[in-house]
Structures are given as C-alpha cells and as structure tokens.
Design a binder for this molecule. Structure first.
Ligand code: DQQ
Length: 665
C-alpha cells in the first residue's frame, strides 16, 4: 500500500493512542474469572448469599426515605462532575472530554466554536429533543395508529444526569411531536433516575412497561408501569405500580449491576419471560425471569447467556428472526426456520455486539451458532461499527417488521455540548432482518418512510480512474440520501488476481489501523467524501477497500474515515469500519444518509453499517460539498449513483395543533 497525501490534500492526522486502546477493546482484568462450569448460585455460597440477600432486601425496603431529594449538582461547565456522577451511578458516561484532554492535544486550548458552527450541527431529520441531553431509546411501540418513542432524557442540562423518560409520537417514524415527560423520578425506587426499559403487549392488547429505577440508595431495581388511560392513543399519562419494585438484584449480583429489562416473550408453557443484563466479576451475563402478572417473578437457575471477559451487559435485547422470510417476527415467535439474536451493549467499550444463535425454550438458554464470534468478543458482529449504543428493537405490528433504534452520542467535548445546549441523536430507525443469503449476519436498512423526505434527485454514471477525485454537482450537500453501485473494471481485477507480485493484504487490513482513505492499495479505497469543503481540507470519506487475500480471493472492507472531518482539536475523529460480505455476482453498493453532524453509511444493503458524528468548521452550510474519489493505484471504478436532497422532518413541541397536523399526514 502506498500513501497519497497529494491526491487528497489534508491536514495531518495524529493517532490518539488512548482512544485506540479504548476502541480496540483490549482490557485488563483485575478480577479472576469465575471458573467455567462453576454455578455461582449453587451450594454453600447460595446459603450465604441468600442470607445476605434477605438482609439487603429488608434494608432496601426499610431504609428508603419515601421521598426524593434531587438537587441538580452540575458544575457550570458540566464536565468533570457529570463524568463521575454517571460512573458512580453505575452507567455509561460521556468521556470524550477526558479523552481529548489526555490525548496529544492536551496542552492546546479547545477549539473556539462559534454559534453559527454549533447551530449547523443540529440535525434536520434525525430524532432529537428540543434541548438538553438524551441517551438510550426506551419502550418503543406502535399503539392505536401512533408510533411511540420514549428515551432517557435530562430535562435540566446537556449532559447525563437527572434521568427521566422523554416521550414523542409519530405516524411514520420520521415526523414527530414531543409530548410531556412520560415518567419522572418521583418515587424512592427511581429517585436517582428512571432508567432504561421496554414495553410488552399482553394478550388483551394492553401495555406493560418494565424499567430500571435507580433508588434513593442507588440500587438498581426493576419497576412496572402502565398507561393510565388505555383509550388514549397518545399514552400521555403513566401509572407506576404501587407494589414497585417488582425485582431487586438477586443474591450474588451487585446493587449497581442489574438493569435494563427486555420486552417479554411467551414460553411454551404460556408464561412471560424477560432477561436482564448484569455481570459476575468480568463475565457479562443475562439473567432470566418468568412471570404471569409482571408483579411477581421467578428467577431461572440458568442464564440466557454469559460471555467471560466482556464486563457489564447493558440494554440486552433478545428477539427471533426468520431464516427464510423478509418480514420481522413478533418477540414470542419460535419454531423451525427461526433463529434468535442476543444483543448486549458493552458498558466497558460502549459497543453493541450481537450474535445469531439458537434459543431453548425449556430452560431459557441460548447458544451462538459460532462460538468464536460470541456476543462481545473482539471479533463478534456489531450492529454498527461507528457510534451506536444502547440500542433496542421492537416489533412493529403495523407493518410486520422489526425496527431497531440506536442512541448516537456525541464525539465532541461536553463543553461544546453545554455551549450548543443539546447532546445526542437517535439514528434513523432501521428495519432489521437476518441476511437470508449468508444466514450469518443481520441486515439493517433505514425504514422505508425515510424515502418520504427525498426531494429532487440527480443521477450520475461516472468512471473514475486511479487517483482521481471528482466533484459531484449537487446544490447543497448537508442533507443528502445517496445510493450508489460501484464496479471495478474487469481488466484491473483480472490483472491484480493474476499478478503474483501483488502482495496479499486482506489478512492484515483493518479500517481502523490501516491508515484511512489516503492509503493507496491496488483496488481501493474508493467512495464518496461527504461534508467536504471545496479544497478538501475537511472531509469525511465513506469507502470500500478491496484487498487480495493469501488465498488470492478478494475481501471487501467498508469504512468511514473521520480523521480529517474537522479542524477542531476537541472532537474525537476515528476511522471506523469492518469487512463486508460480498456474494458472487453482487456489485458493491452503499447508501449514505448525511444530516448535518451525522453520517450513516450502509454497506451491501446494510450488512455492515457505520454511523459517525462529525463536526466540520469549514464544510458547513453552502460550503459543504460532495466528492467522488478513487484512491486505488491500479483500478478504474465505475460509480452509478443517485443523490437526493433531503427535506427536514417535522419535529415539533407539544400542542394539540401539532398532534392534529401530524394525524392529517
Ligand atoms: N443508560 C441507562 C441505563 C443503561 C445505560 C441510564 C446505557 O439503564 O444501562 O441512563 O446507556
């Protein structure tokens, strides 16, 4: 591979060793692992844990003060205190601020953001609250003609803390009206936060919501809530069950390691079953409970699953996928031609990992099809190779599909978030199905309603020779939907495959560590540079890199390189990506959604997805451009693509008029 700084003029990129080690997922393990096969809940241990548990439960119920003292304790700049608050509370925090301060830029002053730059970062068609902090998606559902979206929300600041449930409704998952907060922290059992939870439809069509409360003593417990008026399609008011909490940490589980109940599914015996993420030492685990009424629960002796050395599992998701059909499955569906997905959000790395496997109804366990890529292992599959965390799916009975929501955090500093007054987005909701062609991975795709935002489009067929950069003539490049097919010219392919002097590189290549889009290989990289200024001094390339392997076969990688996305020094600018399966006869395809500070990229129909947050300082407003590039040394590439300008979504504050306007659409 050669490097070509001349082709794509850029400012030099500095590696951030601290960031690399975090993204890398390499971790040291201070605690000895629970030996394989040892059952931590059994035998003598269980007796002592049992006694401890009774004492703990009595203390938990007896010592709560029944009221909530809840002062906002944010520092004026919202940084250091917030970080430690989240960590102390036992949940994910935002750590970019610390990251850049500890990186090579630590002596430099933070970039001087002005209001015009910060205003541009707000998105036009992604879901976000009017202001302040948002994190995990919660309890998504479709009810009486409305999509409901709940989310972790801080009503008081643009940083994590004081968490309650925000709520919004939509007819199409694109246009939204914000509603009043669904649940606030007004009980001892959620005084330190109304944390993540999920919805279940009971057999009679009524809804129950299970969520984690962080109690007045910061113990993680599970609570039950339900709509006050089932006839209200907007589900405005929620009642918390008088007998809450319905579940407390079981023996052997630490008080801050028990959170995020899933949607329930039916067992063959007709009971409801849920799973809840936790950890035992460094082993990530998913506990399983059966219930008939959501008020009393029976804990299974077995775990849904466990993976050593993966740390705390947050926001576990568990659902069936069809091996044959393209539609989604309701959570309780099981049987032949059904596989089950386990997804866990790794608290240590902030990565959502999933695996495809087999579920056993009889004892509530699940095993991965391929144990070498089990949930949370370094090589395991990810929903998204960029910024995407604490995701949750739901079955949309309206359209017979399963939809995935993911929290897209910021990659800038907390100081900048405080200055702009908001933090975080939700990704465009994606349909998620098993890839029936490979049988090994999921495919994700923006919900079809996204197309309703498409305005004018332009179609292009462009042949790009090695080392060429071509401006793409679109009026404005800040809100785009791009669909493209690439074909490497046959002579180039034959030449490379037949030429033994061309070294194999597929085994060593990785988007993250192989130098990004300026490094020139025989057959790549090629793709688009989005959010680029005229001189390409800022740009975010989204590209394929095709590499020859030792077996002389080609392997394709799909990457996004944010390392030159901004002149600012106080943002994290990673190179993201992974390999992507390309089957015989398939062209290389990509789709990219650009919406101000977010770039979502879908490779090969959504087999590999990459979401990036980028914060250009020059390539904004009218100065944001789109380029096509081919940085390969040997290959000529033909790109056939369409670019749509994207409309802004209607995302309005709560009023009856706004709800009426949305119902008319
Ligand atoms: N966020 C919630 C927790 C969850 C974490 C708190 C994941 O319930 O584990 O805001 O981002």
């Amino acid at each position: 591979m050669a490097s070509s700084d001349a082709l794509l003029p850029i400012s030099a990129r500095e590696e951030d060793p601290l960031l690399s080690s975090l993204l890398d997922g390499s971790r040291s393990d201070p605690n000895p692992e629970t030996p394989r096969g040892r059952r931590p809940f059994k035998g003598l241990l269980a007796v002592s844990f049992g006694l401890l548990f009774i004492a703990f439960y009595v203390a938990l119920i007896a010592t709560h003060d029944g009221s909530r003292s809840h002062d906002a304790k944010l520092e004026s700049d919202g940084t250091a205190t917030t970080t430690s608050r989240a960590r102390l509370a036992g949940v994910s925090e935002k750590s970019n601020d610390r990251l850049w301060k500890l990186s090579g830029d630590r002596k430099a002053a933070a970039f001087a953001w002005n209001n015009s730059m910060l205003s541009w970062q707000r998105t036009a068609f992604h879901f976000q609250p009017e202001q302040n902090w948002m994190n995990d998606p919660n309890g998504p559902l479709f009810y009486k003609g409305w999509y409901h979206f709940f989310y972790q929300y801080n009503p008081n600041a643009a940083v994590w803390g004081d968490i309650v449930w925000g709520h919004a409704v939509s007819k199409d998952l694109i246009h939204w009206v914000h509603l009043p907060l669904a649940m606030v922290a007004d009980q001892w059992y959620d005084a330190n936060g109304v944390w993540t939870g999920s919805a279940t439809f009971l057999d009679d069509g009524s809804i129950v919501m299970l969520y984690t409360g962080s109690t007045d003593k910061s113990v993680q417990v599970q609570n039950l809530a339900y709509p006050e008026d089932p006839n209200d399609p907007l589900l405005l008011n929620w009642v918390k069950f008088s007998g809450n909490p319905v579940l407390v940490p079981p023996p052997g589980i630490l008080p801050k390691d028990f959170r995020d109940p899933t949607t329930a599914w039916k067992t063959s015996e007709g009971k409801w079953r849920i799973t809840i993420g936790s950890k035992l030492n460094r082993t990530g685990i998913s506990l399983v409970y059966d219930t008939t009424d959501f008020k009393t629960f029976e804990k299974l002796d077995t775990l849904l699953h466990r993976v050593p050395n993966t740390g705390m599992w947050e926001c576990v998701d568990f659902y069936p996928v069809s091996m044959t059909a393209a539609n989604g499955l309701d959570t309780s569906v099981n049987g032949p031609n059904v596989k089950h997905i386990v997804k866990a959000s790794m608290d240590d790395t902030r990565i959502d990992h999933y695996a495809v496997g087999t579920y056993f109804d009889s004892n509530g366990t699940w095993i991965p099809d391929d144990p070498t890529i089990d949930v949370g292992m370094k090589a395991s599959l990810r929903y998204d190779y960029g910024k995407f965390y604490a995701s949750k799916t739901f079955y949309d009975q309206n359209k017979g599909r399963r939809i995935l929501w993911g929290w897209i955090g910021e990659s800038d500093s907390e100081a900048a978030d405080v200055q702009k007054g908001w933090s975080s987005l939700q990704g465009i909701p994606r349909t998620v199905v098993l890839d029936t062609k490979t049988g090994k991975n999921l495919v994700q795709w923006p919900v079809e309603e996204t197309k309703s935002l498409r305005l004018s489009n332009k179609k292009f067929d462009i042949e790009v020779g090695p080392g060429k950069v071509v401006p793409v003539d679109v009026d404005s490049a800040t809100q785009l939907d791009i669909e493209a097919e690439f074909e490497i010219n046959k002579e180039s392919l034959d030449k490379i495959l037949g030429d033994t002097s061309v070294a194999a590189e597929a085994e060593e290549f990785s988007c993250q560590t192989s130098g990004g889009s300026t490094v020139r290989g025989a057959l790549g990289p090629f793709g688009f540079s989005v959010l680029a200024d005229e001189k390409l001094s800022e740009q975010t390339p989204v590209y394929f890199y095709v590499a020859k392997g030792k077996d002389s076969k080609l392997k394709t990688f799909f990457c996004t390189d944010a390392s030159r996305s901004s002149y600012a020094n106080d943002v994290v600018k990673p190179i993201y990506g992974s390999s992507v399966p390309v089957l015989k006869g398939e062209k290389l395809t990509m789709r990219i959604l650009v919406d101000h500070s977010i770039v979502e990229a879908f490779g090969q129909g959504g087999r590999t997805c990459i979401t990036s947050r980028v914060y250009p300082t020059k390539a904004i407003y009218g100065a944001a451009k789109l380029f096509l590039f081919n940085n390969a040394v040997d290959a000529t590439v033909t790109a056939s693509f369409k670019v749509w300008q994207m409309n802004s979504a209607f995302i309005h504050p709560y009023s009856e008029d706004a709800v009426r306007a949305l119902s008319r659409n």
